[in-house]
Design a protein around this ligand. Sequence first.
Ligand code: ATP
Ligand code: MG
Length: 422
Amino acid sequence: MEVKDEVLKNHPGWSLALEIITVLRSHGFEAVLAGGCVRDALLARAPKDLDIATSAEPSKVEEFFPKTVTVGKAFGVVRVLGDNSEIEVASFRFDGKYCDGRRPQTIQFSTAVEDALRRDFTINAMFYDPVSKKIFDYVKGQEDIDLRLIRCVGRPTLRFQEDHLRLLRAVRFAAELGFEIEMDTWEALKELAALVQSVSRERIRDEMFKILKAENYGIGFSKLHESGLFMALDPELDKIYKKTPSLFRNPFAKASEVSRDGSIHQDNQIWARFFAAFGERCLNRDFLEGQMKLYKLSREAQRFIQKCLYYLNSLETIAAWNLGKKLVTFAEAEFQWAVTLATIDPAKASHGTWLSELKLAYQRRGLDQVFPPRLLRGEDLPSSIPLTERKNVLDLAFQQQIENSWTHREEALAWLVKRGGG
Ligand code: ATP
Ligand code: MG
């Protein structure tokens, strides 16, 4: 097999990686690229990061490079900082016994072969020397890349029992790469799926999010369901999946299409799409909050999702609003995303016409470029309007301003007089 050097060279950390490898070698140590980046380079995919594995121990790595951060000295990982990139350098190691289903109790620095054997999947356990262009593959990883298979290094049951996060990682890589899970690995995954409950909610969230963003999101969900992982993680959502798997179809032909949207709310949008599968049950606040808690989402994310799903499931009501109120609400990122979700949901097809007309009206008024300041302010209201009503009147005035494209204060004041309040 051949490594596609171009994808490595295109990575911003490439020159730093080469420098680190050269320096370590000049001191007589082995140093190679390791893990995910070798897998990605064999698949001609852009790697997320370039990781280095070396026979030098962490104290040596720190000695050779002036700027380092120790990320996990206990695990032999040192981060070397360059001018505009940073690279993790991990010492070859061998993991001791795992007791808590999470991490080994001890580690021992060791050889490249043993370092390969402690890694999770064969496709993730290869090394590459970018100077000689030689691949070091002690686990038949290249064969599995060829077969497009996720296969545990060693005995699957043992490897999953050691570290329960690997259960989710297997599905995540299947979804990201579009690979199948090898039979013995798959049997072990199904047998041990319930162990996923011991994984911290933060790590579950991170893996789940990677599945949500993956190219093959659908494969990820069918595997989560069939393995029993989904049932162990989120039985409510698993039930819905069983009944209507189509709700979990990736609405974006490619994950990159979400990023093209360029929204700062991108992550929240992806989560909102996920929870939209609950349909009208999202209108029950306690229910939705309970679900979101399972994934330890930030308050800000929860607020976005809740609002967005409220809009998505209240389109009947919103359709009856006056145009001004619709236009003002359209300025909210949550509403805009609800509209996007509605246009890809066949069950919401009946709302297609007014939603696209609304979008056009919004653009025609230039509201997507600049949103005008309010013409009417609190001090314009006569004291005869009771305190409890003043905000409503101001909101209504603003809706009228937007609907009628007023640009002068007089227009708003005239409306106030006509309404009987001026
Ligand atoms: P990504 O492209 O998502 O970063 P990756 O393969 O680089 O994928 P990382 O989580 O960055 O994954 O880990 C780097 C490498 O460390 C993996 O390729 C694998 O060899 C090893 N590794 C990571 N997590 C585990 C684990 N839980 N058990 C065993 N080995 C692991
Ligand atoms: Mg990585």
